[in-house]
Design a protein around this ligand. Sequence first.
Ligand code: 5GP
Ligand code: ZN
Length: 119
Amino acid sequence: MAGEPQSDCLFCKIVSGDVPATIVRESDTTVAFRDINPQAPTHVLVIPKVHYPDAASLAAAEPQIAADVLREAGTVATEDMVDGHGYRVVFNTGAGAGQTVFHAHAHVLGGRGLQWPPG
Ligand code: 5GP
Ligand code: ZN
């Protein structure tokens, strides 16, 4: 069923605690944890606890939870004190855009200069 945990999904395993992660925040609907291969001094992933393959499918099915992900991304930036200089929230969508884990997630990147346009 849509949103149910997937046995082969790494991020569902982080939600369930079967795979460890450095968790920085948790809400009723989301978990935020540090990326294992950080691309910036702050590189946190914010994920919904429910499984959807990407941000658009999450937003279509569960718009409130998509909003929760965005709110938590902002709170992570505030707590890591990167909001003052600017930070970036990225949803890689599709393998061609670099998505490797097909459970919706926001990358929160900050703490260094961020080029525009991104690569
Ligand atoms: P994507 O490439 O799908 O947009 O982002 C997936 C992210 O998950 C990557 O930045 C990658 O470094 C991160 N990642 C992959 N495996 C793990 C893991 O086991 N733990 C954590 N904390 N991050 C992971
Ligand atoms: Zn999942």
